[in-house]
Design a protein around this ligand. Structure first.
Ligand code: ADP
Ligand code: MG
Length: 321
């Protein structure tokens, strides 16, 4: 099908990643395909272990050592990030594309002042003086809603609350004014009030920076509130996606998506979290070894993975649980 013309900043096409476990190689990702345009917030959902984090890590060139990309392309503004011995990836990482991790406590350096962590890379690239770098750090802290930023710029991560640490990580991710921000469940570790504040911050950033967001979450209320488009993953594959979130929610095409959305109460009111569904997904070692079939168009800006009558029965069983 002719794809709608959309200036995608990030395109992932047919991305496959193999995991080496002992003597054997397993498919951790199999033909993952999705794209993110500037100014777009794309939700990425799927049960735990479906490959969401690995997809983001592959884009950042941060796969664990026993995992390798075996097929596919990752393009930034049409240029292949995987080619050229990783040179372009190195250039784009942290400038054109940045990532916000789930656990700021792990991602931040415990022995570096937060201000310096936020601007180190940018200051180096732009040749800023120490004073200019600090001014920029204060500005960024203010931008992510930290009150009295001049006071906190010289603090260490352990002196901050969880919510503040997550803001620091977001400040660090936006310091270079990236075109695409990859967010891996960035509010999961936070309490509900702080979650709402951080989400409001992401909303503002999307508008103010015009960045494209790829937003991994297991919270469908976040998707409904915040995302323009949605990609659904299952067992390392893209099973369904739509540039228009509403169209997908209104009529999911894949039986897995239907079972996923069945977790959402059909009454008006806040949408609940995704149900576990964990029993249904094959583990890495049980997965289909045949290559993933290509996605097929099923509407404007919409694609679905082919499925069998057996798949339908399998996922329908989940719906009844
Ligand atoms: P998600 O973020 O959707 O919960 P992940 O992307 O973290 O899932 O993981 C996808 C699959 O890859 C999981 O089944 C996980 O067990 C496997 N995996 C992740 N990291 C490794 C690793 N270093 N070695 C082997 N398998 C891994
Ligand atoms: Mg994950």
């Amino acid at each position: 099908m002719q794809q709608a013309i959309k200036a995608d900043a990030l395109q992932i096409e047919g991305l496959s990643v193999a995991a080496q476990i002992g003597e054997k190689s397993y498919k951790a990702l199999d033909g993952v395909t999705l794209s993110v345009a500037r100014g777009e917030a794309r939700g990425l959902v799927g049960e735990s272990g479906s490959g969401k984090s690995l997809t983001l890590r592959a884009v950042m060139g941060l796969l664990p050592a026993n995992l390798t990309v075996t097929a596919g392309a990752i393009r930034f503004d049409g240029r292949d990030l995987l080619g050229d011995g990783g040179k372009l990836l190195h250039e784009v990482r942290g400038t054109g594309i940045s990532m916000v991790f789930q656990e700021p406590a792990v991602a931040l350096n415990p022995v570096m002042k937060v201000g310096r962590q936020i601007v180190d890379g940018v200051a180096w690239r732009r040749g800023l003086s120490g004073r200019q770098a600090k001014e920029l750090a204060v500005e960024l802290l203010a931008q992510v809603g930290i009150k009295d930023p001049a006071r906190w710029v010289d603090a260490y991560p352990h002196q901050l609350s969880g919510g503040m640490r997550q803001r620091v990580m977001i400040a660090s991710a936006i310091a270079s004014k990236p075109d695409v921000i990859l967010c891996d469940e960035p509010t999961t570790a936070l309490d509900v009030t702080i979650q709402a504040q951080i989400l409001a911050l992401f909303k503002a950033l999307k508008t103010d920076l015009g960045a494209g967001l790829l937003y991994v979450t297991h919270d469908l209320s976040v998707v409904a509130e915040f995302c323009d488009s949605l990609t659904v993953m299952y067992a390392g594959r893209t099973v369904e996606q739509s540039d228009d979130l509403g169209a997908l929610i209104a009529s999911p095409a894949h039986p897995y998506t239907r079972s996923l959305l069945a977790a959402v109460p059909r009454i008006r009111g806040p949408i609940r979290r995704l149900r576990g569904l964990s029993s249904s997904a094959p583990s890495l070692t049980e997965r289909d070894q045949k290559p993933a079939p290509a996605l097929v168009a099923c509407g404007p800006g919409r694609q679905v993975a082919p499925f069998t009558a057996e798949d339908e029965r399998f996922f329908a069983r989940d719906e009844e649980v």
